[in-house]
Design a protein around this ligand. Structure first.
Ligand SMILES: [Zn+2]
Length: 132
């Protein structure tokens, strides 16, 4: 059996470390313009490296793409059912622009919570997974 000890949904939503669920991931508040995506190098609590290799966070692009497309589809369907289809393009664009910091931050959080434990098991769990 693998002793997975990945943090759960609450630390994910609170932007905490994917391993211990306590250390912060981002240095600044989500409201600090231009610095909302600044990430610590290591977890301040358990010292997990947040960037297992150079360019790790480039993968966040794919997550942000998925989040944006999902928002457009969901928003389009919602606007249609609310009878606001005429305002769908403007409304969804405005919603996306306002939520850019959230999309960027949670794209990085998805990299840390989904991709990191799958691709960098030794670094994430601190020991090879086949160890008994
Ligand atoms: Zn940690």
């Amino acid at each position: 059996m693998e002793d997975y000890n990945r943090a759960g949904l609450a630390p994910f939503l609170a932007c905490k470390c994917p391993r211990c669920g306590k250390g912060r991931v981002f240095k600044k508040s989500i409201l600090s313009l231009g610095q909302f995506s600044d990430t610590y190098d290591n977890c301040p609590n358990c010292d997990l490296s947040y960037e297992p290799e150079t360019g790790f966070f480039f993968g966040a692009m794919y997550w942000s793409y998925a989040l944006i497309v999902g928002t457009i589809i969901t928003g389009g369907i919602a606007m249609k059912f609310l009878g606001l289809w005429d305002y769908a393009i403007g409304g969804i664009m405005a919603f996306l622009l306002l939520n850019i910091p959230i999309i960027i931050r949670y794209s990085r959080m998805l990299m840390l919570y989904v991709v990191y434990p799958m691709m960098y098991k030794e670094k994430f769990y601190g020991h090879p997974m086949d160890e008994e």
